[in-house]
Design a protein around this ligand. Structure first.
Ligand code: EPU
Length: 346
């Protein structure tokens, strides 16, 4: 275990915010993590777990110890009658996993191509895109309890997945409650990829691609290429312009509120959700407020997708959060809908 001090975090967060970690350890194995837990110098320090830094807003220097998860590994861990079980280390770049599984002939992750971040972070917010969420392919994960040093396994039900949500986003409120925020480091994730693969094409952007190309039966590799093309056209590449993907969750409102909104805004974009509820496209709401492409100093609303906030360079969390507040206020004023911030504010 190598302990680094006063480490610049700008390269480790996709928003490109300048901040430092008081101390940082790269976790490449369970042993690295055990060494941290047993080190008297580190015992009293607060701990922050960082994956690819693609879903965080750093509000300042990070006090205490940053655990940067870099656990490697990609393997076929087993199979059942219906699934290939693939295991990936928490530090593997998510897109590399998607690409590798396709190369091996195990499709199923292609709709989630190009989602930034690491495998270890993928269950935390139950990543998803173009009609498939992590929970649709999830099998189990291994994590270490940062308080006891114990390695434990969680199955699908134990992860408590929801829309951009899991047990890793919630604090524990008692022994019955499995909240794991700040408590666990995800070491390995196992995915179950169906042996009888079927394409998932029920998403408007993919339907458009089918119409454009005249290909109504795309294979997984074609869907992968389509998703990469769609995302590259809409979402800014963090290597060029700082961002953390969607900055707000798509708000879920009761059916009655949706019906009232629809009367006033007949072109409102929304999706089916749980019974009695409707999910609204937050990007559309922001766009309708005339905010797409607007700039506020060093930060702005991305010109091709209003749900993404961007850092033009030198932007701080203060700038980003001021812009976010302005957007929330405008959307609330026009539609009476509250937008929730999606990335973690650290
Ligand atoms: N829209 C607009 N104007 C905009 C942006 C969007 O009118 O500026 C409309 C689009 O035309 C579309 C609808 O709103 O009809 C939804 O937009 P889009 O398909 O781009 O997806 P999204 O709802 O904005 C969600 C996820 C993305 C994921 C895409 C594709 C959330 C918060 N975001 O975005 O995930 O890639 O669907 O499945 O659920 C992320 O979480 O960081 C992320 C990028």
């Amino acid at each position: 275990m190598i302990l680094e001090q006063n480490v610049p975090l700008q390269p480790y967060n996709t928003f490109g915010i300048a901040a430092r970690a008081e101390a940082l350890v790269r976790v490449r194995s369970e042993d690295d993590l055990r060494a941290v837990l047993q080190d008297a110098r580190l015992a009293h320090l607060p701990r922050t777990v960082l994956g690819g830094g693609s879903n965080v807003v750093l509000t300042g220097d990070v006090k205490g110890l940053v655990l940067k998860v870099e656990v490697p590994g990609l393997r076929l861990a087993g199979e059942t009658d219906r699934h290939w079980i693939i295991e990936a280390g928490g530090g593997v770049v998510w897109h590399e996993l998607v690409r590798w599984t396709l190369e091996q002939g195990w499709p199923g992750l292609e709709n989630m191509a190009l989602i930034p971040g690491t495998v270890g972070a993928s269950p935390v917010q139950n990543i998803g895109a173009y009609g498939v969420e992590l929970q649709d392919r999830f099998h189990a994960l291994d994590a270490m309890d940062l308080f006891t040093g114990e390695v434990f396994t969680l199955n699908h039900a134990q992860c408590g997945f929801g829309y951009r949500d899991s047990v890793f986003k919630h604090a524990s409120h008692g022994p019955e409650d499995l909240g794991l925020a700040g408590r666990a480091v995800i070491l390995r994730v196992r995915l179950a990829l169906p042996k009888k693969w079927k394409p998932e094409l029920g998403y408007l952007d993919l339907e458009r691609k089918m119409a454009e190309t005249g290909n109504a039966n795309p294979d997984a590799r074609t869907i992968f290429d389509w998703v990469c093309a769609i995302r590259s056209a809409k979402l800014p590449d963090p290597a060029i312009i700082g961002n953390a993907g969607s900055f707000f969750q798509n708000p879920i409102v009761p059916d009655e509120q949706y019906q009232t909104l629809l009367l006033k805004h007949p072109d409102l974009i929304s999706y089916a959700d749980a019974a009695g509820k409707r999910k609204l496209a937050a990007g559309w709401l922001i766009d309708q407020c005339g905010l797409k492409g607007q700039r506020m100093g060093n930060v702005g609303v991305y010109q091709n997708q209003a749900l993404v906030l961007v850092n033009y360079g030198n932007g701080t969390a203060k700038d980003i959060l001021a812009l976010a507040k302005c957007i929330q206020d405008k959307v609330h004023e026009k539609f009476g809908v509250s937008l929730q911030i999606e990335p973690n504010i650290l």
